[in-house]
Every structure is written in structure tokens, then in C-alpha cells.
Design a protein around this ligand. Sequence first.
Ligand code: ATP
Ligand code: MG
Length: 337
Amino acid sequence: MKASEDQVVEDAAAYQDDDVRIKPSCYNMADIKKLKSVGICTVKGIQMTTRRAMCNIKGLSEAKVEKIKEAAGKMLVRGAFTGVNSLFCLLTLQVFHITTGSLEFDKLLGGGVESMAITEAFGEFRTGKTQISHTLCVTAQLPGENGYSGGKVIFIDTENTFRPDRLRDIAERFNVDQDAVLDNVLYARAYTSEHQMELLDFVAAKFHEEGGVFKLLIIDSIMALFRVDFSGRGELAERQQKLAQMLSRLQKISEEYNVAVFVTNQMTADPGAGMTFQADPKKPIGGHILAHASTTRISLRKGRGEMRIAKIFDSPDMPENEATFAITAGGVTDAKE
Ligand code: ATP
Ligand code: MG
């Protein structure tokens, strides 16, 4: 039941809705690939698959599956076309990308940090997780492609490493008003994992109150407080349960308010790695709960000097490409050759 790529492209090209021609740039290719990877290539295919089975596809949350099903229902009523790409045109018209500040890094991510999704960046200390977070605070506010207007940001800081002065430097690089940039970033310090969860109520209320104004939510770092609050082996199950609740909340927030969620994560030695021939025995913490919840996982490592290398980690639908970028006073930039 594999629809040929040509057919899918044709279906998409044929689609017109109230004289609005849907541009290919509105596809959420990642989701389409996810469905295709398990053989779902048409709207009919979606109808023939249970919600439960679709939820088992890595990277598809319950909320997203619900939206896909709903859109698929509407599409069949129209009855005009059955290409899954067209479906996603409808579904993801609103999806936008926030630039990282580096074109090469953006390319790796399919255009930048995506809305309606959770993007996780993990790596050892000083690999640039916090610097990327700071850069995104500014770039989320810049107008971009496809009518993206830029908007406000909420930054949840668990490690006390947020520095407003860094935002000023980055704003200067992008030639935007420094005070305005700072005004558009709501900052909250989380002190416990419980507090971190409570802050999400505030986040959702804010996003609701000022509909469409916020574009990005950052949590730097997602796991640090969980690590402190649940330290013993015996507490692991509870930790993962609480973490799952938080991530499901984040996923819902990202989709309901069409914002990008960017989280950072730390790494730990993998006790099982000694048994295998793995080149890098370290892995991100959070286990399969975090692995499953993150739409895109980026692994970061140090290069020479200010150079950093980003790699798509463990993705079923993206090639394992790498991108080199640099950390400068003005934030994340392309690496100079
Ligand atoms: P951790 O795990 O400790 O939180 P991290 O991955 O968040 O680490 P960052 O703080 O993002 O790491 O990155 C630190 C790096 O950014 C350092 O190597 C530092 O040299 C660089 N850096 C920080 N501020 C500047 C600046 N103003 N100009 C240039 N480089 C900077
Ligand atoms: Mg940091």
C-alpha cells in the first residue's frame, strides 16, 4: 500500500482550498515520514489504523493522533484526494520553524526548531545547550519565512544559568532593540521538579491569555531537578511517572498553542555500554519516556575552540547527519571555515 512519491506530490499539488494554494513548505515532513515508515500512506490508511496503534509510532503523541484522525475524517468527507501529504497540509499549515542562528544547524533540523513539537538538545557540559537556548530567545522574536511574525518566549530555568546580558549581546547581533527583546522573554526559575510542573499551569494560562503571541517555551534543563528530587534506585519508577506527566503536558501545550518547545538534557554513563562496542558510552538521561516524547533529539559535542557539532540522534525518519556551528558573543552562528 505504498503510494508512489509522484502520486503523493501530485495529490498535494492538486489541492486547493478556497483559492488558497497550499505551499509545499507547510508540510510537516517528519510526521508524514513517521506514518509512511509503518506503511500508512493514505487517508484511508489512517482510517484503517486504530488510535492505539498510531500512538505506538515513535514521536506521535495521543493529541497529535487525535488531530490526524480528525483531519482524516474531514478529508474523506470532501472525498477529493487521498494523499497523506495533502492531509498534513491541512494539519500543519500553522507549523513554523525558529532559526538557531546557524544555517547549517537549521538545515539539519529541517528549517529550525519546529512548533507543535518538542525538540531536545543534550550533551556534556559546555556543549552549548544554554547558549542555544539564549539564542532562540532572540530569534523566536524575529520575523521569518512563510509569514512567521515572531513572538514572545517563556524561559524556565532550573540551573540558574539564564543571563539577560547574553540576550542583549545576541539582540545586538540581530540588530533588534535590546530592551524590547528582554521585555518579550518571561523568565521563571524552577526550584523543584514539582515546581517545574506547577509552572506549566502558569505557562498554559499565559499562552491562553495572550493567544498567538507566544512562539517558544524553553526548559533548561528538563531533567536536572528530577535528578535531584528522585535520587535513589527505588525512586526511579516514580521519577519516570512524573516525567511522563510533564512531557505529556508539554506536548499538549505545544500543539494547543502552536508553540515550539525546546528542552535541554544532560548525559550519564551508560552502565550497559561496557558490554557492547558503542563508541560513546554516554547517553541522555530520562530513559525511553523522554526518548519517546521528544519529536527531535539533538546530540551535541565539542569541536575545536568555539566549534560545536550537532547530530540528529536516534531518529527513525531522519538521516544521521551532522552540522557544525559556532558559539560567539552574538550567540549561535555558522562555523567559519
Ligand atoms: P552545562 O551542561 O554546564 O549547562 P551547556 O551545554 O549549557 O553546559 P553552555 O553554557 O551553553 O553549555 O556553553 C558554554 C560555552 O559557551 C562555553 O564554551 C563558552 O565559551 C561559550 N560562551 C558563553 N558565553 C559566551 C560569549 N559571551 N561569547 C562566546 N562564547 C561564549
Ligand atoms: Mg547549561
